[in-house]
Design a protein around this ligand. Structure first.
Ligand code: COA
Ligand code: ZN
Length: 321
């Protein structure tokens, strides 16, 4: 059956969501090299770092140096930075940020553990930060974290996610990232939640952010695709996990998402051969095996020389539909 190819936009959050949790310290030069390799594979959007307390997340302490260097090296790539408060936004602006993401959790306890604020305060601070970012002319994203389950409060009621997401939309967030922070979602829940949210939020303003804790990352991404979502977060090699959310495993691997999406008639603009080079590099940096569920098969195809002909060039560069 001939279907029109639709583009999806992948934001690689590996340099932030991935590296923030790693025991091995990664230097700024190596982070830059990893981001460069992602860009060389066709990644058009990268969450490069976060401007958070260096005491809370030591691995992100070099944000003020990393972001301007990455922007100078990769002018064509959308580089985003997570900011938890106005202080973080000021630092991001001083570093020349063009896009920032605020992080609001849908539950009281997760906000306290993550950013030391209750839910109401976190909503207010996120709103103020978004409004200030817009006044600075920056692009804005807003995470709604623990959107399916919270490690402290259990299943998250969809109404709580809806309320948080609507507040962020009204405050001016250009993209609302629905995040399965601990990787507990099932495809059915993903479909149901996006159905609920679409009553208030245009589908093109939402992105899906999955972790692969229970091996359902790709299935969840498929459910989000079916719900009309065309923007996804993922991380090269599946590096990831939140230091403040017990039980969270790595993000949905970018290479798994690309493989699934391309096999299902979507275009990602990414070159899997080059992406595997970035996975290999991340592996040497972190001194442990990395890669998503399909990594064995992908490497096998690469070794047989078949990967390039299968996927390289099958994609068209472009923005998400
Ligand atoms: N960047 C750097 N330093 C910051 C900061 C920021 N965005 N915001 C606050 N600080 C500093 C303050 O200046 C203060 O420094 P001091 O101890 O040297 O005086 C210290 O952090 C505490 O400030 P306070 O306002 O009391 O913050 P807090 O201790 O309640 O922490 C956060 C709040 C948000 C800064 C902190 O919880 C944090 O950075 N969390 C990170 C969350 C994260 O990255 N999670 C993973 C991604 S979802
Ligand atoms: Zn995450």
């Amino acid at each position: 059956m001939n279907r029109p190819v639709q583009n999806i936009l992948i934001t690689d959050v590996g340099p932030r969501d991935g590296l923030q949790n790693q025991a091995v310290p990664v230097g700024t030069d190596d982070k830059l090299r990893l981001i460069r390799m992602m860009a060389a594979a066709g990644v058009q959007s990268v969450e490069a770092t976060s401007f958070v307390s260096p005491k809370a997340v030591p691995q992100m302490a070099d944000a003020d140096e990393l972001l301007p260097r990455a922007q100078a090296a990769l002018p064509g790539v959308r580089l985003s930075a997570l900011v938890p408060n106005l202080r973080g936004l000021e630092r991001a602006r001083a570093a020349g940020a063009q896009e920032v993401a605020v992080v609001l959790s849908a539950t009281e306890t997760m906000n306290r553990k993550n950013i030391n604020m209750g839910l109401q305060q976190a909503m207010e601070v996120s709103e103020q930060t978004l409004q200030a970012a817009l006044a600075m002319g920056l692009r804005t994203r807003a995470y709604v974290a623990v959107a399916f389950a919270c490690p402290f409060e259990g299943e998250t009621p969809p109404a709580a996610v809806r309320q948080a997401a609507v507040r962020m939309l009204r405050a001016g967030a250009q993209e609302i990232v629905i995040a399965d922070t601990i990787g507990s979602a099932s495809p059915m829940q993903v479909g149901d939640l996006f159905d609920v949210l679409q009553a208030d939020i245009p589908v093109h303003r939402m992105a899906a952010h999955f972790h692969d804790t229970r091996g359902m990352g790709v299935a969840n991404a498929w459910a989000a695709l079916q719900a009309g979502i065309r923007r996804f977060d993922a991380s090269t090699g599946g590096i990831g996990g939140c230091p403040f959310a017990p039980g969270a495993a790595g993000n949905l691997a970018t290479e798994d998402l690309v493989l699934m999406a391309e096999r299902c008639g979507f275009s990602t603009g990414l070159d899997l051969m080059r992406l595997l080079e970035a996975v290999d590099f991340a592996q040497t940096l972190l001194e442990r095996p990395l890669g998503g569920r399909a990594i064995g098969w992908l490497r096998g195809e690469r070794d047989k020389g078949r990967l390039g002909s299968m996927f390289r060039g099958s994609s068209t560069q472009g923005q998400a539909a």
